[in-house]
Design a protein around this ligand. Sequence first.
Ligand code: ADP
Ligand code: GLC
Length: 442
Amino acid sequence: MRVLQVCAEIFPLLKTGGLADVAGALPPALRAQGADVRVLLPGFASILDGLAEAVEVGTLAPPAGMSASGARLLYGHLPACNVDAYVIDAPAYYHRAGGPYADADHHPYADNHLRFALLGWTAAALAQGHDPYWAPAVVHAHDWHAALAPAYLRAAAEARHQRMPGSIYTVHNLAYQGLFDARQFGDLRLPAHFFAMHGVEFHGRLNFMKAGLYYADRISTVSPTYAREIQGPEQGCGLDGLLRDRAHELSGILNGVDESVWNPATDTLLESHYDAARLELKAECKAALQRELGLEAAAGRPIFCVVSRLTEQKGLHLVLQALPALVAQGAQFALLGSGDAGLETSFRAAAAASPGAVAVKLGYDESFAHRLIAGSDVIMVPSRFEPCGLTQLYGLQYGTLPLVRRVGGLADTVADTRLETLDTDATGFVFDEFSAAGLLQA
Ligand code: ADP
Ligand code: GLC
């Protein structure tokens, strides 16, 4: 089956979160099951730099208003990702100082609706045969950035009275919906009747996520529990009604781990290699981590770690509140993260207050994430909500016990340690109550 995966980021070329890990891991995993997978990506500088043997495919003619002067569609190979890719080379849209979605001051780009409409529109063009040599049977769009692909496919089906390739839309995080002013709908050149409650309209605004949820043939999200949670008002982010209506077309499919990237037996970023049979070598990773972070060199002190975006979602103020008690009990703590300025300041202060026991590294550092997870004893993910979560899976892979809140994919991937599960299926520690006391108790 020919599958076109449409997404805004892909590991290792461009990553802001778990979406990139999954987008990078899925094509080879599907290929191993016999699928013929290509990806479609916006031409951010790091993606174009990673594209080998690029050739131009046809002439891209997006609707007026989305013209991005001189946009070209390239096809080539991404050796770093081991996948063939279409890349939209539109410098006016994608070559910007700052991140893929927002400028250096974290302000979303004012023309994001156009930048990502072009992604969805191009996916639909490929599905309609833009490349005479390859057309997908299924378009697989990820998160709001790619969510207009099913809408453009539906529009084409209506205009041509033709069946289009199938579409599936995967929700990685319902909290980021791609909301825009209603006036911007006109720029998308979708049929006017799409701006309706049964369509992309959401409380008078334009909602990209809703386009994916409404027009895709099938919907998936990244864990079975999250698939249930988002059908309720508490976690439905206003879209739970639509998700309930489509419940029979919605599945929760758990994310996996790419073992070519996350495997302590082969991970070249580590001080020593280990696996379940040579667990004593993990102690060398721990000693190296304590040296690197200036933590007291104490083999017997458990290191609790966090690798995370610093946002409200992740529940990290619980960690801040629990930290003094944790340290008083003899634990060490190390965090790698970046994001919210208030959380950054608080964690920096926590490290200053407990030198030798608490270490904090602010910023984004892929290789340090590996060393930190390998060298720690426990990895904490106390999220308020969590569609799947990957760092607890990396913890399981690295013999670093996950300590998580029972929510979303965390509930599906970690089995709590109780007397009756200790010798059978226990894999970590799970707590329910969203409080520092709940975390400390676990
Ligand atoms: P989310 O996608 O919500 O951020 P996930 O747990 O699914 O959460 O994925 C997070 C990914 O980002 C993991 O691969 C994790 O190791 C990585 N990560 C998060 N913060 C950092 C950081 N500061 N430095 C390096 N990697 C990070
Ligand atoms: C999102 C979610 C996270 C999930 C990741 C990959 O960023 O916040 O829980 O693991 O996507 O699917």
